[in-house]
Design a protein around this ligand. Structure first.
Ligand SMILES: NC(=O)c1ccc[n+]([C@@H]2O[C@H](COP(=O)([O-])OP(=O)(O)OC[C@H]3O[C@@H](n4cnc5c(N)ncnc54)[C@H](OP(=O)(O)O)[C@@H]3O)[C@@H](O)[C@H]2O)c1
Length: 327
């Protein structure tokens, strides 16, 4: 298995596994909870060492699932989780107050069945809590041995710099893929400059960049894509040309469409570690083939220009979700 290093000292498999879909967002699981435990363990056997979860996935049950599955191999894997939400009967809001971070970490440790979280991300920047206070709180948790490394998600360049000045940031996790290119506007550069790893989430465009969706694809009511502007039938029809182009390249390179999408991400920077999400071991194995796909400089240049040439229709989030993105 190819490996990469996040920050100065967190080696991980070049591709991690996004675990969110096993508890929310993409409709019914293809198997029982026990089968999902089996998929996670098979992922370890296949060479994955980085597992991505969050308190809010489920909420709570995704961490429990990951904790149960990885308990027997705890020392061989890197578990990343996230804090930052007020979760309760009322609507969800941001909450990165220091006392809340400390409570969440203790609860996450219990659910994950471990005494340390390898990588702890702030899930979204909280405008009501200075990032210096957040970084200082995580630094205390690191000093206490409860947390290994500090991460941020969907943070701006300015926030990353301020946080890193208080405690080194090991990884920034933000959406990045062939059709979502915002990190190229400064975030990748600041990660490069400061020695921070970058973890693209939704690297397969929530499944769209695998070439397996078209305008007839039906989403169940509990599938978040049913409410995302990029997944309306009109957007899917408009974005189909982009995927057709990747499909043709994939055929030429004897790779799958998803492998091309992941190989392109890996080629952008040596410190990039995508975390494709899937609930099927066959797809985990397929995705793990991406580092072996040889893209030429011409292929990469062609893919770099794809979004500009074809255009991308539909915002990545609806307005209620977009309000939480750091600006
Ligand atoms: N920090 C954040 O705010 C944030 C936000 C979103 C996600 N994340 C993290 O990032 C991870 C990955 O993102 P994501 O799950 O949203 O999107 P993704 O990885 O881009 O795509 C996931 C979707 O692609 C499908 N898929 C995966 N591999 C495939 C393949 N080889 N062929 C065909 N379909 C395939 C999956 O279906 P099946 O599951 O049915 O196989 C699922 O529907 C999440 O699991 C989560 O851990 C973080």
């Amino acid at each position: 298995m190819h490996t990469r290093t996040l920050g100065s000292d967190l080696p991980v498999s070049a591709l991690g596994l996004g675990c969110m879909g096993m508890s929310q967002s993409y409709g019914p699981n293809p198997g029982s909870r026990e089968e999902m435990v089996g998929v996670l363990r098979d992922a370890v056997d296949a060479g994955v060492t980085l597992f991505d979860t969050a308190e809010v996935y489920g909420p709570f049950v995704n961490e429990e699932l990951v904790g149960e599955a990885l308990e027997p191999v705890r020392d061989d894997v890197v578990i990343a989780t996230k804090f930052g939400w007020r979760i309760g009967a009322d609507a969800r809001g941001l909450d990165s107050r220091p006392e809340h971070i400390r409570e969440v970490v203790d609860a996450s440790l219990r659910r994950l069945r471990t005494d340390h979280i390898d990588l702890l991300y702030q899930h979204r920047v909280d405008p009501d809590v200075p990032i210096e206070e957040v970084a200082g709180t995580v630094a205390e948790l690191i000093a206490a041995g409860k947390v290994g490394h500090f991460g941020l998600s969907e943070a701006t360049v300015a926030t990353i710099r301020r946080a890193h000045a208080v405690h080194p940031v090991t990884a920034v996790q933000s959406e990045y893929s062939l059709w979502t290119r915002e990190p190229e506007d400064g975030v990748l550069a600041v990660c490069d400059e400061l020695g921070i790893g970058f973890v693209p989430f939704s690297p397969l465009g929530r499944g769209f960049l695998t070439g397996t969706m078209d305008t007839t694809t039906a989403f169940t009511a509990d599938d978040m894509r049913a409410g995302l502007p990029r997944f309306t039938p009109e957007s899917i029809a408009a974005n189909a040309a982009l995927v057709r182009h990747v499909t043709a390249l994939a055929a030429d390179r004897h790779a799958t469409v998803g492998q091309i999408a992941l190989a392109w991400l890996l080629a952008q920077r040596p410190f990039i570690v995508p975390i494709p999400g899937t609930r099927r071991i066959s797809r985990i194995r397929e995705n793990l083939g991406a580092p072996a796909v040889a893209l030429s400089a011409d292929d990469i240049a062609d893919l770099n220009g794809l979004a500009d040439r074809f255009g991308v229709t539909g915002e990545r989030y609806n307005p209620s979700q977009a309000q939480y993105v750091d600006r």
